[in-house]
Design a protein around this ligand. Structure first.
Ligand SMILES: NC(=O)c1ccc[n+]([C@@H]2O[C@H](COP(=O)([O-])OP(=O)(O)OC[C@H]3O[C@@H](n4cnc5c(N)ncnc54)[C@H](OP(=O)(O)O)[C@@H]3O)[C@@H](O)[C@H]2O)c1
Length: 271
C-alpha cells in the first residue's frame, strides 16, 4: 500500500482527504492533539516545537500532503525539512496554498499561470512556501490553491448557524468577489490529481464568481444581524480563482453547487 503522510490531519481539508482515501492508502497524519478512535496512524506533532524530519525518516512516505496551519516562520522550517526528506527519497509533496497569493493585485480572477503578488502576511508566507518547495523539488512539488472552503463542520458553516440563531452578527463584504469550494469536492479533486500523477499548479475552485452579499443572502434570512464590511480597495476586490487545467473538467463545481450543500448542512441545525 502506498504511504501517505498528512500534516494537518484533524483539519477541514486534511480530514476530508483522509475520509476519502483511508481504505486505499497507508496513512500517517500529524497535528497537535490526540484524535480519539482515529482510523489512520495519528501522531501528536507541534510544528512550533517538534522536528518533522525524524518522523518522516521513520515513516518513509512516498507522498506528503501539507494542509497544516501554524506560525508562518515555523511552518517554513517544517517545509524545509520536507524538502530535505523528499529530495533524498523522490517523494511527491502536495502543498495546499491560497487565493491570497494574489491579494496584492485583487483586480480580476486569477488562473494558474498568473504571476503571484501578495500584500498580506498570509499571502507572502504561502508564496515563500510555494517557492521553497518548487525550487527544492521541481516537478515533485504540486501546488493546490484554494478559494474560500466550506464544509459541514467548517468554521464558516458554524458562523452561519450562529448568525441564523441570532447568537452573532455576520459580516458581509459588499465589494468582495470570490470563488468557493466544498471540502469533500477538494478531496475528490485531490484523489484524481494524485492517482493520475498530475503535476504543476492547480486551482481547486468553483468555475464561477459571485459577490459575498449575493452568496450569503441565498441562505441567510432577513432577521439575521448583518454588519456591512468593506475591504479597503478600489471596488470590486477579487479573491477569486479560475482554472485552465483541463484535467479537472469532470470535477467542475459552481458556487450554487456549494450553496446547495451549505443549505443542506444548515437543515440539520434547528433555527
Ligand atoms: N479553509 C479555507 O478556507 C482555506 C482557504 C485557502 C487555503 N487554505 C489552506 O488549506 C490548508 C488547510 O486548511 P484547513 O481549513 O483545513 O485548516 P484547519 O481546519 O484550520 O486545519 C489546520 C490543521 O493544522 C493543524 N495545526 C495547526 N497548528 C499546528 C501546529 N502548530 N502544529 C501542527 N499542526 C497544527 C490543526 O490541528 P491542531 O489544531 O489539532 O494542531 C489542523 O489539523 C491550510 O494550509 C490553509 O492555509 C484553507
Amino acid at each position: 500500500m502506498e504511504k501517505l503522510f498528512i500534516l494537518g490531519d484533524s483539519g477541514l481539508v486534511g480530514s476530508a482527504i483522509i475520509e476519502l482515501l483511508k481504505e486505499d492508502y497507508d496513512i500517517t497524519g500529524v497535528s497537535r492533539d490526540q484524535i480519539p478512535k482515529a482510523k489512520w496512524k495519528h501522531l501528536k506533532f507541534d510544528l512550533e516545537s517538534d522536528q518533522l524530519l525524524p518522523i518522516l525518516e521513520a515513516t518513509q512516505p512516498s507522498v506528503i500532503i501539507s494542509c497544516t496551519r501554524g506560525d508562518f516562520e515555523k511552518q517554513l522550517e517544517t517545509h524545509r525539512e520536507i524538502v530535505k526528506y523528499a529530495s533524498q527519497t523522490n517523494a511527491k509533496v502536495y502543498f495546499f496554498s491560497t487565493a491570497n497569493v494574489f491579494d496584492g493585485i485583487p483586480n480580476s480572477v486569477k488562473i494558474e499561470t498568473d504571476l503571484v503578488n501578495a500584500t498580506s502576511a498570509y499571502g507572502h508566507f504561502k508564496i515563500n512556501c510555494e517557492n521553497l518547495l518548487t525550487e527544492g523539488l521541481a516537478q515533485n512539488a504540486i501546488i493546490l490553491r484554494l478559494p474560500m472552503v466550506f464544509g459541514k463542520k467548517s468554521p464558516r458553516v458554524k458562523e452561519i448557524v450562529a448568525a441564523l440563531r441570532n447568537e452573532k452578527s455576520i459580516e458581509l463584504y459588499e465589494n468582495l468577489i470570490f470563488t468557493s469550494i466544498w471540502d469533500t469536492q477538494i478531496a475528490f479533486m485531490f484523489k484524481h490529481i494524485l492517482e493520475s500523477d498530475l503535476r504543476g499548479i492547480f486551482h481547486l475552485t468553483s468555475k464561477d464568481v459571485m459577490d459575498h452579499t449575493t452568496y450569503y443572502r441565498k441562505f441567510l434570512h432577513n432577521n439575521v444581524l448583518i454588519e456591512k464590511g468593506n475591504i479597503k480597495h478600489q471596488e470590486p476586490y477579487y479573491l477569486a480563482l479560475g482554472s485552465t487545467r483541463q484535467e479537472l473538467v469532470d470535477y467542475e463545481y459552481s458556487n450554487d453547487d456549494v450553496i446547495r450543500k451549505i443549505k443542506k448542512a444548515l437543515k440539520k441545525f434547528k433555527q
